[in-house]
Design a protein. Structure first.
Length: 184
């Protein structure tokens, strides 16, 4: 089977989106769509998004519905033949199970990112679209039931360094198709 999904999981501010963007570039000329739960969250009205992010108040948003919708889109895109890099924070065991069920029967590479807490705090402050409380809650959430193919610590590793390693894993998994310059 040809890998059509790369899932990147980890706490907020571990570099999931930056890794997804680096992978998109390193896997060219094959085009991979980067999609995430945030793709739906950032389609909310600015005033609602400001309350969510600045006040860590998600009461006006149906988070479980957004999560289910995003992973449903992921499955549909893959079944249609679109290669997808999907990143997300998994907030609880129920969401872990929902993701596992969504990926059932699909060929997915699951990449977990970790990072030291002090670095996550620094990144969270720098990005300005999350609260420290939200970052800490995400950092302290650990679920062992998700099958992970590889884990990278992003405390000091750059997205391009990790992207090169993921590309090598894909090459090892399914052959020369993922060699640099021969990704088609």
């Amino acid at each position: 089977m040809n890998t059509k999904i790369i899932v990147i999981v980890g706490p907020t501010s571990t570099g999931k989106t930056e890794l997804a963007k680096a992978l998109q570039e390193s896997l060219l000329p094959k085009v991979w769509l980067h999609f995430s739960v945030d793709s739906l969250i950032y389609s909310l009205p600015d005033s609602v998004l400001a309350i969510c992010n600045n006040d860590d108040d998600w009461a006006g948003v149906d988070g479980p519905l957004l999560f289910r919708s995003a992973i449903s889109c992921l499955r549909t895109l893959a079944l249609e033949g679109i290669s997808v890099i999907f990143d997300l924070v998994i907030p609880n065991e129920k969401k872990t199970k929902e993701l596992d069920e969504t990926l059932a029967g699909l060929d997915a590479l699951i990449v977990e990112l970790t990072c030291d807490w002090e670095e996550i705090k620094k990144r969270t402050i720098g990005r300005g679209d999350r609260t420290i409380t939200e970052a800490e809650r995400s950092f302290n959430t650990k679920f062992k039931t998700l099958r992970v193919d590889v884990t990278f610590d992003t405390t000091r590793a750059s997205p391009s360094e990790i992207s090169d390693q993921v590309r090598s894993l894909l090459r090892d998994k399914i052959g020369e198709q993922y060699s640099a310059g021969n990704v088609g």
